[in-house]
Design a protein around this ligand. Structure first.
Ligand SMILES: [Zn+2]
Length: 396
């Protein structure tokens, strides 16, 4: 991973010996304490990135999440003809919103539907035409072909994953991630980066990661140089159902240890074992970069590195990118509330169920968006990583 963070540590000048009147022990103790208390770390931030980070708006995020919920359902198999309800209305609004942001800054960002037909299969009862939305901010350096992707899924679901026709607000899962992509596009579209950034809103996650799979396969087929993919899924709740803890400063970053592409490659596995490389896959290194970078730009943020590809027995839109050989990580809130995920909206035994916007902490989504922005901007402004580097192992 590239790094262009500037950090310097400095110790203030230690006190001079002449200031002391006491014995040698006292002097030593004083000097030690003095050095300790004056030790400080000065963090230099790129002011242009700090400015962008500060422009990420909780209010704007809230407005967009509430708008996404207003489509009643964004289920992948829901209606696409209505102008006000269902998946079609939602994707049209997402595209129009990206276009509005692009227009506001002179149209350098190009917005497109990524359209494909998903055949009948598990959780898809008949062939269906699906559309991801991509807002592409082309890099300014013609010799730099790196691509960075930030993504959230706009489809939603309730208890019955095949039910497209009920109220399925999906405020946290995953209007929150969709709002992150939108807000970053709003802030970053006016800026220039040598590398290309794609702000992505995908469909079909709940039915089987179909939207992200289509983009990942397209990226591989068209030789996109995807250097990092950031997946935001469930990034808006700060109350843990099981723990009853409220945590608005921690965010989990999931990264795989053994690269997915090594699964059927005995030689690659043998190489990883020989070099002890099970903990430094490109995605794991990306996760470390996220922590190192974001905690310097975002106040009250504690990035928790989770050493697995996703939550236990779960998956997300970063997985198809990993399977196609790209570095990708997943961001998710610290403590999940399962009363708010994949639930019919109802009250049962005194418990409110349903993924409604009133349970989203918009300031927390803002924090996660700022984390994403600081990482994307640092990566896209940094020089490309060296190519054709070689690993040399010494056995002693
Ligand atoms: Zn989700």
């Amino acid at each position: 991973m590239k790094r262009n963070i500037l950090v310097e540590s400095k110790l203030k000048s230690p006190p001079t010996w002449g200031r002391f009147r006491g014995g040698l022990i006292c002097m030593f103790m004083f000097l030690s304490l003095s050095l300790y208390s004056h030790a400080q770390t000065t963090i230099k931030q790129d002011p242009t990135i700090s400015q962008m980070v500060s422009e990420v708006s909780a209010k704007n995020i809230e407005v967009n999440i509430r708008k996404l919920v207003s489509f009643k359902t964004r289920h992948t198999l829901s209606d696409t003809t209505s102008k006000t309800e269902g998946s079609g209305a939602a994707r049209n609004w997402i595209k129009a919103t990206y276009e509005e942001y692009a227009k506001a800054v002179g149209g350098r960002m190009v917005v497109q539907f990524d359209t494909f037909t998903q055949p009948k299969g598990e959780r898809i009862d008949k062939p269906v035409k699906l559309k991801n939305v991509l807002a592409i901010l082309k890099g300014t350096d013609p010799n730099d072909n790196r691509v960075y992707i930030v993504s959230g899924h706009y489809d939603s679901r309730v208890n019955d994953v095949m039910n497209p026709n009920t109220v399925e607000p999906g405020a946290n899962d995953d209007a929150s991630g969709t709002a992150v992509s939108l807000e970053l596009a709003r802030v970053m579209a006016s800026r220039k980066f040598p590398a290309t950034i794609i702000f992505m809103s995908v469909v079909g996650e709940e039915q089987g990661l179909y939207g992200s799979t289509n983009v990942a396969k397209r990226a591989k087929a068209e030789n996109w140089n995807v250097d990092a993919m950031l997946n935001n899924d469930i990034v808006g709740n700060t109350h843990g159902m099981e723990t009853d803890l409220k945590d608005n400063r921690s965010v989990r970053v999931f990264s795989e240890g053994i690269p997915s592409t090594a699964a059927n490659n005995d030689k690659q596995i043998a190489g990883l074992i020989a070099l002890g490389g099970e903990n430094d896959s490109p995605s794991r290194e990306l996760a470390r970069y996220v922590k190192e970078t974001a905690e310097r730009y975002v106040d009250q943020l504690d990035v928790k590195l989770i050493y697995r590809r996703d939550r236990y027995l779960r998956g997300g839109d970063h997985v198809p990118f990993l399977l196609n050989g790209f570095s990708a990580v997943r961001f998710t809130e610290m403590n999940e509330d399962f009363h708010r995920q994949h639930q019919d909206v109802r009250t049962e035994n005194g418990i409110d169920y349903g993924d409604l916007p009133d349970f989203v902490d918009f300031n927390y989504v803002q924090k996660v968006a700022r984390m994403n922005l600081s990482v994307l901007a640092n990566l896209a402004l940094a020089p490309a990583q060296p190519q054709n580097e070689h690993t040399v192992a010494f056995f002693v």
